[in-house]
Structure formats: structure tokens, C-alpha cells
Design a protein around this ligand. Sequence first.
Ligand code: NAD
Length: 269
Amino acid sequence: MKGLKGKNALITGASSGIGQAIAIRLAEEGCNIAINYRKSPEGAEETEELAMQTACGQVEKCGVKSLLVKGDVSQEADIIDMVNTVVEKFGSLDILINNAGIQKECPSHEIATQDFDNILSVNLRGAFLCARETIKHFLSEKRSGIIINISSVHEIIPRPLYVSYSISKGGMENLTKTLALEYAEQGIRVNAIAPGATITPINKAWTDDPEKKVIVESHIPMGRAGTAEEMAAAVAFLASDEAAYITGQTLFIDGGLTLYADFREPWSA
Ligand code: NAD
């Protein structure tokens, strides 16, 4: 896609699932990739290996650079270090993908304050702090830039038993729009994707259970869950110059989930 070759991208939570697929796809498009991971580097190393195989094939050096960056996005100091490290190692940063996210099931009246705070501090506050540090860099270098937030269909669909997750993704919509409006003049584009049910480790509870998978997929008009690669394709598009006039938008990639499958059949006279 136009405009991605040679760009420097930082992807948070890139050691598995959608983040891993995004890192691989951006490398395939010729971006240098900074792969963020939180604790142990194994997953990030796997991302790096797969990305380099995809980007470079058998050629040993194809010009695509990669970097592993440790950091917990719920920790401000880690985020500042992470962005500084990427800028120092790559020389600049062009694209931030706020992908790291967590969830925990619990009835709303029983949620421990610490669990509530933890989910918000990774999914929403972390995304904001990563954006803040990246925007500081864009502005100080007087360069345009791209931020893409990985939201969810739960940006608009309430999700009982996951109130903090729902709040974090609902907040992400306004984070995307507010930053897009505030920095449009500086050439900074901010968009989001909202995946529907996607086959990744976060969904092990139903992806590994054929009966539960059938139930989940029965709610999706297209009849199947999405793949991490399908999410990554949309991210590559939004990060590319093909999307040069798009900002402040959330692109729903959900096989029609937000079209409300229950309304497929006429239900009222
Ligand atoms: P995943 O569990 O594979 O990925 C989440 C990643 O975030 C992991 O690599 C994890 O290590 C990382 N992470 C967690 N806490 C972190 C922290 N404090 N600092 C840095 N990294 C941290 O699941 P996924 O499905 O690939 O999720 C990626 C994003 O997509 C999340 O934001 C999730 O909410 C969103 N999403 C997923 C689905 C889905 O169905 N899979 C649907 C909608 C939205």
C-alpha cells in the first residue's frame, strides 16, 4: 500500500493475536517495526521471526528493521522509555498502533476497584499516554504522523459482565475523535478499528471449544469469526496514504455483528 515503505511503526502488545498480525503485515508493507511486549520476550521474538520471514522471504537483508521493546502500557515511565527508545533506535516514529488490551469477566456489582482501574489503565489510559508521547515527538519534529487505536465492537455494543472493558472501548471512540480534531492541522491522523469476534488468545474460552464457537458465530451475520490478519489488513490501509483523507473514524470489521443479526428476520408486523 502507498506510503508505508520505510516508515517506523510501534505496535503495543504485539507478541500475540491482532498485534502480532499487525506487526507482520506492516513489515510486509516495508515498515520498520517496534514490537512491544509486557513481560517475557518469547511471543515478541516469534512476531519478529514471522515478520521478517514474511517481509524478506529467503533474502537475508531486505531493509526492514525490527526492534523488541519491553514496556507495560499501564506504567507512564515505561511508555516514555518505550517511545524514546524507538525514536533513538529508528531515528523517528511515524505510526503508533495502540493495540494492547485486557479484559476480565465479573458482575459489575462485584468488581474490585483494582481490577476496574487495571483494565482502564491498560486499555484507555495506556492508549492515551502512548498517543501523548508519540504526538509530542511528531510535533517536536514538525512531522505528520498516524495513530491507530484497536477498539472493539464494544465501543458501541454494551457488554454485561465486562463493564470496564466496555467503558474503555467506549472511551476510545472519543479519544480517537478528540485527538483527530485537535491535531488534524498538524497532519496527524487518528483512527480506530473495531474488531468483532476475532480468533486470538484473548478469546480462548470459546475459540478452543467447538460448541461455544458455534454459538458465538450464530450471532454474526457472515457466520464466522474474523481473523487477526483481516484486522491487520484494515490497519495497514488506515496507516497508508490510501487513507490520507480519513481521520477521526472507527472502522468496524465484524462480519456484520453491529448490524444486529436478530433483525435478519422480520420480527414485528
Ligand atoms: P491478545 O490477548 O492476544 O493480545 C493482547 C496483547 O496485549 C497481548 O500481547 C498482551 O501481552 C498485551 N498486553 C496486555 N497488557 C499489556 C500491558 N499492560 N502492556 C503491554 N502489553 C500488554 O488478544 P487480541 O485479541 O489480539 O487483542 C488485541 C486488541 O484487540 C485488544 O485491545 C482487544 O481489546 C482488541 N479486540 C480483540 C477482539 C477479539 O475478538 N480478539 C475483539 C475486539 C477488540
